[in-house]
Design a protein around this ligand. Structure first.
Ligand code: UT7
Length: 333
């Protein structure tokens, strides 16, 4: 933990999930699967699907929910960072579309691409902007319309993902015992071939052939990713705790990326944390990529389960590979 004069603290929260639900019974009708297989292998019961609109809608509605709850004007926002792998378009950035939708006329912003670690990386980036002393109100949004890149004929993947958006506001505090305390973040490009979308970028620009070859959907070697995800998320969370002299008892909550309940359980076990201290919403939403961690924060805070002073660890693992963990002390009453 380096010396710092200003801490970046979370001061606002918002989220949005679409109304349309795809439960496990829906998938039993479209692919060869069962409710039992999905629940026991992943922990997922249902996910939300956005039928009309794109990721900017999920992100903008989450941002509006935050502004409304906080009774704050969009003019006050300095920066908007949108973590997503399903931007409305390659450019302009989804952050620009959110800026227009919510009327944040004094903001600048950008998108950040780190797949399932997107929120964690955007959170670190947003905190650094606040800690620099240069920006006072930074909105960090995790939003993904995963249904736009899921192949609903592929039973290995289609059951896993859902659509959602969630937002947090970061502001400076001179009380440095609150807010982000420390992070360990990593990327390793050797993981590029086991979880990716082959087509659409400059490597394989869209053509009739890329469509015929089904290259515009998620490809994942689930088993290969599972092994490294368990080790990656558990090890880095453990290392972060050790570095900050924390043990399982000190931690109020582990807030893990929601890809698979078995990965979450293995991480908690390695950290010496009981299941009741692990934030979970994968059962309701599936894997919403950049929205998993912030949506957990929103729901647990609104349920009165997350209290000022709580020490929490955010942890994620995703395509790239990208992974990491952040330690923060909760600042909202
Ligand atoms: O979020 C970013 C990072 N991503 C992750 O962290 C995901 C990591 N991976 C996983 O969560 C898991 O690997 C999966 C949930 C994707 C798959 O679970 P698994 O226990 O690793 O299953 P598997 O891939 O080893 O497949 C076991 C069997 C296979 O059948 P055979 O070959 O044993 O006959 C699959 O074909 O289960 C079959 N299978 C299914 N069966 C019913 C795969 N998908 C399904 C399905 N329903 N939906």
């Amino acid at each position: 933990m380096e010396d710092k004069k200003i801490s970046a603290v979370v001061t606002g929260l918002g989220m949005y999930v679409p109304d349309r639900i795809y439960d496990n019974a829906y998938f039993e009708k479209i692919v060869d699967t069962s409710d039992e297989w999905i629940r026991s292998r992943t922990g997922i019961r249902e996910r939300r699907i956005l039928e009309n609109g794109a990721t900017s809608l999920l992100a903008s509605k989450a941002a509006e929910d935050l502004l409304k709850t906080k009774n704050m004007s969009a003019d006050e926002i300095d920066v908007i960072i949108v973590a997503t792998v399903t931007p409305d378009m390659f450019f302009p950035a989804t952050a620009c579309l959110v800026q227009e939708n919510i009327g944040a006329k004094n903001a600048w912003g950008f998108d950040l691409s780190a797949a399932c670690s997107g929120f964690l990386f955007a959170f670190q980036t947003g905190c650094s902007l606040v800690e620099s002393g240069r920006y006072k109100k930074v909105m960090v949004i995790g939003a993904d319309k995963m249904s736009s890149i899921v192949d609903y004929k592929d039973r290995n993947n289609c059951i896993l993902f859902g659509d959602a958006g969630a937002a947090i506001l970061l502001e400076p505090s001179e009380d440095i015992k609150y807010g982000l305390q420390d992070s360990l973040l990593r990327v390793d490009g050797s993981g590029k071939d086991v979880l990716y979308m082959k087509g659409g970028g400059s490597l394989n620009p869209p053509t009739h052939e890329t469509i015929d070859q089904n290259m515009h959907v998620i490809y994942q070697d689930g088993k290969a990713v599972f092994k490294v995800a368990v080790k990656g998320m558990a090890d880095i969370s453990y290392d972060l705790m050790k570095k900050n002299n924390l043990n399982g008892e000190d931690i109020a909550y582990l807030v893990p990326h929601q890809a698979n309940l078995r990965i979450i359980d293995a991480t908690a076990e390695r950290m010496g944390i009981n299941r009741d201290k692990v934030m979970i919403n994968i059962d309701k939403y599936g894997n919403t990529t950049a929205a998993t961690i912030p949506s957990c924060l929103v729901e647990y805070y609104r349920d009165g389960k997350l209290k000022k002073g709580d020490k929490i660890i955010l942890a994620a693992f995703g395509a790239g590979f990208t992974w990491g963990a952040s330690y923060l002390v909760w600042s909202m009453d």
